[in-house]
Design a binder for this molecule. Structure first.
Ligand code: C5P
Length: 411
């Protein structure tokens, strides 16, 4: 739990700061609201007081409240200073060291990390003076949550609307989270289905949407990993990975993964790769007889190949596979973990309507060296985070085993 000073300045988005305070509290943080004089024209201090259950600081020179020099006392105890919304005026003051009220004085006095969520009219946000002040603050290590685009309170349409409270809370979380062991690690994630063409217009595919794999890739990016995402056909927007490779077939995915796996620290195979593929006819198959027989050939088992390759070398990436099953989930998943020689298997019951393919939630069982652990139904983003917590543990154990050169045999 952290102590966070939430600076609220005089922009129309000030009402959203109430939700930011609530969001931070829901994550277990303690919040002190610091309002500028003009912020109190938009939202009453009493609102923040009721939410934070603390006195709201609105004045630099309030008598009787505290015999300490309050901005110095608070400056040395907070873990983070957030300013949301941050107006052009306050950004200008912070960039130039002007300390003429509690918030600007707190900024100059604290050594805690600072997160600003600018919000203003589009032209103000684009103004050279504001850009220069933002650059100055960024060069000093201040972090930002970019304003959104859309309809602004002033009637304009453009960039300048305060970011959503959820985004601001998530950005605060990233700053407060202890450095992840995945930071700087090379992580390859596969996602989505593969399509196996049997003529130029038809293919055999599966119902994977790619949402689980994309959530894992996004969470790895959030933890500071160097992510390579190898994706089958999906309609999803990829996260800010270092490399995104689009593939179609199991054979293409096999080539894309095998040529990169040697440089990876972690490989997570969340893709639903076809196990069998047809021959591709050069021209469209014509309608004729009552039945049509397609002959399917086994595709290369990418994860299995990686597992076997790792068996014969002293070092190799941490390997994570998914087992999508409709029956005998645990037994089949455990069997896959042993057969493919991987560290973790994420067993996924895809017969459920609220988990598995093409929904935003999932419930899985993680099978690892220490047995199995169920992760209950929650968003795919949270499941991704829980999976990566387990990957971090394996990575730590893996690192120490390979340092001793004894990583050849895995559970
Ligand atoms: O053997 P099965 O396909 O059920 O195993 C599932 C796991 O193996 C998943 O992690 C999937 O991405 C991976 N896989 C693979 N190559 C295949 C088929 C599946 O790497 N050809």
């Amino acid at each position: 739990m952290a102590l966070i000073a939430l600076g609220v300045t005089g922009g129309i988005g000030a009402y959203k700061a109430v939700e930011v305070a609530r969001g931070l509290q829901k994550r277990g943080h303690d919040v002190v609201a610091v309002m500028t004089h003009s912020a109190t024209k938009f939202v009453g201090a009493v609102t923040f007081e009721a939410i934070t259950r603390r006195r709201v600081i609105t004045d630099q020179f309030e008598t009787g409240a505290n015999s300490d020099i309050e901005h110095i006392a608070l400056a040395s105890t907070i873990d983070l200073l957030i300013v949301a919304p941050a107006t052009a005026n306050v950004i200008g003051k912070l960039a130039n060291g002007i300390a003429d009220d509690f918030l600007s004085t707190l900024y100059t006095a604290t050594r805690a990390p600072v997160l600003l969520a600018p919000a203003m009219n589009t032209n103000m946000f684009a103004h050279e003076a504001v850009r220069k002040n933002l650059d100055t603050l960024a060069a000093r290590g201040v972090r930002f949550v970019e304003p959104g685009e859309g309809y602004l309170a002033c009637g304009w349409i453009g960039k300048g609307r305060l970011a959503e409270p959820d985004e601001i809370v998530a950005a605060a979380d990233v700053i407060l989270r202890p450095a992840s062991p995945l930071r700087g690690q090379k992580v390859l994630v596969t996602a989505g289905p593969t399509y196996e063409d049997f003529d130029p217009v038809r293919f055999i595919g599966n119902r994977s949407s790619g949402k689980m794999g994309y959530a894992v890739a996004a969470e790895a990016v959030r933890r500071g990993a160097n992510v390579t995402l190898i994706s089958g056909p999906t309609s999803l927007e990829p996260p800010a990975a270092r490399e995104v490779v689009q593939v179609r077939t199991a054979a293409e995915m096999h080539r894309a993964v095998m040529s990169r796996a040697g440089q990876m620290d972690v490989v997570i195979m969340a893709a639903a790769v076809a196990d069998y593929a047809p021959q591709r006819a050069p021209q469209k198959v014509q309608k004729g007889a009552d039945t049509l027989t397609l002959v399917l050939h086994k595709t290369p088992d990418i994860l299995g190949d990686l597992g076997h390759r790792r068996l014969s070398s002293a070092k190799g990436p941490v390997l994570v596979g998914f087992a999508a099953e409709t029956e005998n989930l645990l037994a089949r998943a455990a069997e896959k973990r042993a057969k493919k020689h991987v560290d973790l298997i994420i067993a996924n019951d895809v017969a459920r309507s609220d988990a598995g393919f093409d929904v935003d939630t999932n419930a899985v069982i993680v099978i690892g060296p220490d047995g199995s652990e169920p992760l209950p139904l929650q968003s795919k983003a949270r499941i991704a985070s829980d999976i990566l917590d387990r990957v971090e543990r394996v990575l730590a154990a893996h690192g120490s085993r390979t340092d001793q050169g004894t990583s050849q045999v895995r559970g």
